[in-house]
Ligand binder design. Sequence first.
Ligand code: ZN
Length: 540
Amino acid sequence: MSLRTLIALAVVVVQAVGAPILPTSVREAADGITADQLARDLAFIASDELRGRATPSPGFDRAAAYIVNRLKAAGVTPAGDNGTYLQTYTMIESRVDLAASHIEIGGKRFALDADFVLRSFSGQPLTGTWPVVYVGHGWVIPDKGIDPYAGVDVRGKVVLTHGPRAMPKGVVIEQFGRVTVGASNVVAEAPRRGAVAVLMIPQTSTQPGWWQQLQRQNLVRRELDPSVPSAYAAAQVTSALLSPTGTEALMAGERFTTNEIVARGDAEDYPATFTLNKSVTFNVQASTVPHRPYNVVAKIEGRDSRLRNEHITVMAHLDGAVGTRSVEGDDIYNSADDNASGSAGMLSIVEQMMKSERPKRSMIFVWDSGEEVGLWGSRHFVANPPVPLSSVVAHINIDMIGATRAAESADEHSPAVPGPNEVYLIGPGVLSDKVNALIDQVNRGYLTMTLNRADDRWDSEFFYPRTDAGPFLERGILTIGWNTGLHRRYHQPSDDARFLDPKKIETVARTVFATLWAMAETNERPAIDKPIPVSVPRHR
Ligand SMILES: [Zn+2]
């Protein structure tokens, strides 16, 4: 054993027992993140004036300008478009013209909302007459040999299935939010096979009042243009669920009567694929308006001449989920915990990082937009990164870090909210033993937060796909999420700054700072060293 090996072993042993690995100056910079500053930033970003920062909105613009001014003052390098801090993208808002839209079956006209409702909307007008192919439940599950499209060409045709949620009989499909494992439903599969639209026959098992509940849905679609593949990409096809009257017209003179086909659907005893005798005419009219939302992007260069070409991205969505419903006289969805808390936390992290000795790797900080609508900012970023995506070694997501379950606090009775020195850490346990150990080690040597791993599981929606980390993980990048759990104020007008704990934001932000610094410093490239779960579809 060489002396060199001995020294290396000694370092490992010291680290394993929890000796601090942060240089004193770095630790001092982390300690410079204060609850007072965070409370001031939180108060502005979550103020009533900004009205929850919907994407796009004047309130979002003001929040972004606030961040940009601070980045300028701190001398942080812009990493948006053309030397600015802003990374702009196009979002198309499409609206169905309810009064002008109808379907024609057998020479009869059926009106939108009265005789059919939309289950998805492609964003494009849909006009034409096409043959109809019945595909039963419409699911494709290769491992089980289930493929109702086998042997038929549905290109340029309408596929007919049962709705709103037909399933293959006796098959359990694992679903995590919008993700299905090893299976794809008719709305995903039809456009992939070149079908122009989806029609659905209603199931009689639907609950009383079901039609009224489905009306007026999916008439507006907002989506990135061009779209970026992800679990949260908007539907690529228009699908229409027929009323019983519409179904009668469709099935008249066909192989099965309405009663027969509905009964077969209800029993999950689907007839084999067949082509109907009649064609169907769609006339779905829509108008579109383009918007130009943006992310705020900044960069801190690493100090090592080689490793500075590797990057860690850190993201906190600046937008909020702004609803339309007034609750107890409050109609402003301040979106304080979700996610003014993370936005303020990341701003302090950047400001203190500028005062710290730089780690070896570079860091890119993104206050993104459109997270609440469809992960737009995150999806746009991975498709249009300011540095090659292959140079991004890890992605850190900061989303909701302001809640604490403590006696006499707003979250005293919120079971999912962790205690004062506790935070959810999501991702490294599933993806990387080495980074997991590194984070533990840094934490033990610093604030010794309790790192709650309840959601650090492959089957947690907060691991995948419900956050901005999803588009990164879909592209094979190690993701690490920090979060303080769901509470009753989530996505409600009551998500106000006054219910949050600035001390918690301070503790989490300091811990993120320390672990980010360590990951950016370590000589070995942080990486996924475990299999990416099968629940994560891979996109390029
Ligand atoms: Zn959020």
